[in-house]
Structure formats: C-alpha cells, structure tokens
Design a protein around this ligand. Structure first.
Ligand code: GLN
Length: 325
C-alpha cells in the first residue's frame, strides 16, 4: 500500500474511537447526523486521490461555503470594493458573535464569521434571487465537477431558527453595512450553507484552490487564479473560528471548518485535504478533524513555516505513492 494511503488508514483507525465532542444542535436538522461518520480524503494537484472511511457520505457544507462565496464576490466586484464592505481582521470571537456590530464599526470583520459571510453573500450579483442562486450553484458545480443540490430540510430548518443570523443582518442594515433585500440575502446564505457535499468533493475543492483555481481531477477552472491568494489568506487567518491563531501556530495551513463537521485544508501547490466527522469541540471545529490534520501536518511537514527538511516529506511520500488516478 502507498505510504499516504497507509498513513490515512492509521489516522482513521487511531481516531475513530475518539468520542469527544457534540453534534451542533442550534440548527435542529444537524442533530440527525451520525456521530460515527468519519472520512479522510486527500487529492493532490497532480491528480492522485487517497480516501478512507465515510468519504461518500453527504452532508451540508455549512461555513465551508463562505470561502467559495468570498471568492465569487471578489470575482464579481474586485478586491477594493469587497474590502470596503468586508474586512480581513480575525476577531478572536465565536463565529456567530454580534458584539462587534455597532455604530463604530464600518464593516464586518472578515468573511469567515457569520456577519461577514452574510455581507459577502449580499454582494453576489444577479437579477433577482433565482439568478443569484443559480450563479452560486454554477460556481460550486465547477468546484465539485457535478450538479449540486441544496438540502431543503436543512435550509428550512436554519431559515426557521436562524434568529441570530437574522439579527446580524438587521444590525448591519441599520448601520449601513449592507444594503438591498436582507431576507433575500439571508435566504441565499442559508441555501449556500445547506449545499450537499461529500468529503471526497471537499478534498477536490481544496485541491482546486491549491492548484490556482483548476480542479486537478476534472481540469475545470473553478475560479480565476487572480484571487486565490486573497482566499487562502483569510482562510489562514480566520478560517477556524476563535481557534484560528492556535491552528495557524500548530497546523499552519489555510483551512475552513463548518458546523456539520467538515474541515477543508489547502496545502498550496500540493494538495487538498478534507476530514469529515460531525462531533464538534467548544469552538465549533470537528474534534477528529483537528487531530487528523494536526498529525498529518506534523508527519509530512505541511506547516507553511516548517522550513526544515520536514517540508519535503510529503513530496517524497507522494513519489512513493500510487493514488487513484
Ligand atoms: N449555517 C451556519 C450558521 O450560519 C454556518 C455556521 C458554521 O458552519 N460555523 O450558523
């Protein structure tokens, strides 16, 4: 067996008995997840893939969608206009925090917290809600390489209970941080969060980001190479909620997590990695996902600032590996 496949199997085995963490319950539909689901996928920029566990289990993408919608807003409006509407400062606050939305703040802090993500979604252009949704789905389809669907029960569940997100949108409207129809913006945000993906999909999406926007398995250009740097920068500084600093320190690769238990990580110019396991820690990050990615980063020297020989180990393992092509 190739070294990468065998390490993924070891990690899966090592952490499948870890039973810490809780399912997210503030979106009632998410409590239907099976806490035992656990999958790990790696897709490299040269088109090899390695998978172990529940990599074909569908789940809703949740906050991981924020990364891709941010990319789309950048393509729709350019960097300067987007920066005027949404900042790029990490908050150190929980993802759903309201406390920085006040008269003094000109814009939400960053596109990875909910307030910033709702503002980002409100920037997506299109004539009316249907066209905006279709544009958004088409963007995700380029990343996934097939048709994608919104999970309607999860969308309705969040729409019915998302009072906090609705409150953020109202506050931002009141302070002039967003304009337009906020109910439509919220619907589009809840729809993007309810998009169904698998771990296999997420690793490919991450690999497209690692590969300057082109999906290594389909050859489809999912995003323009122009904004990959901006996307990866906000993932690096803000992608893991109020654990982002510690994540950058310990794991050192751009990543984004979601409350359904996915984590997507990008090793620039090398690979996309996805871990899916629904139980979350107190910050809202997948417990097993954190452990797997920390071990993988250490084992293969993936930390961006690991300037030691460790940096080459992934390349060596890849040369000795023969993943699915
Ligand atoms: N849809 C979720 C919300 O807005 C996404 C949050 C997340 O994954 N952290 O609360």
């Amino acid at each position: 067996m190739s070294p990468i496949q065998s390490l993924l199997q070891d990690l899966h085995h090592r952490y499948s008995s870890l039973s810490e963490g809780k399912l997210a319950s503030y979106i009632p539909e998410l409590t239907k997840a099976n806490p035992d689901w656990f999958g790990i996928s790696v897709v490299t920029v040269d088109g090899q893939s390695f998978h172990v566990g529940d990599v074909d289990q569908q789940f809703t993408i949740q906050s991981i969608s924020k990364v891709f919608v941010y990319g789309m807003a950048l393509e729709d409006h350019g960097r300067d206009r987007v920066l005027k509407r949404v900042g790029v400062e990490p908050t150190g606050d929980p993802f759903n925090s309201l406390i920085r939305l006040d008269e003094a703040s000109k814009r939400p802090d960053n596109p990875m917290v909910n307030a910033g993500a709702i503002a980002t979604t409100s920037l997506i252009t299109g004539e009316g809600p249907t066209e905006r949704l279709n544009r958004l789905l088409a963007m995700f389809e380029r990343y996934v390489g097939r048709d994608v669907y919104v999970d309607v029960p999860t969308f309705l569940s969040e729409r019915a209970t998302g009072h906090r997100n609705r409150a953020m949108a109202h506050l931002m409207l009141n302070f002039g941080m967003i304009n337009g129809n906020i109910e439509e913006a919220l619907d589009l945000y809840f729809q993007q969060c309810a998009l169904l993906v698998t771990g296999r999909d997420l690793a490919g999406m991450a690999a497209a980001l690692a590969n300057r926007g082109t999906h290594p398995l389909t050859g489809i250009q999912a995003a323009s190479p122009d904004y990959i740097r901006e996307i990866l920068s906000v993932m690096y500084t803000c992608g893991m909620y109020n654990f982002a600093g510690e994540w950058a320190y310990r794991v050192g690769i751009p990543a984004k997590s979601g409350v359904s238990g996915g984590i997507l990580a990008v090793v620039p110019n090398q690979a996309g990695i996805a871990v899916f396991s629904p139980p979350l820690d107190e910050n809202g990050n997948s417990v097993r996902g954190l452990r797997v990615l920390e071990d993988l980063s250490r084992e293969y020297g993936l930390h961006l600032f690991d300037l030691s020989l460790g940096r080459c180990r992934f390349g060596e393992a890849l040369l000795a590996s023969d993943g699915e092509n």
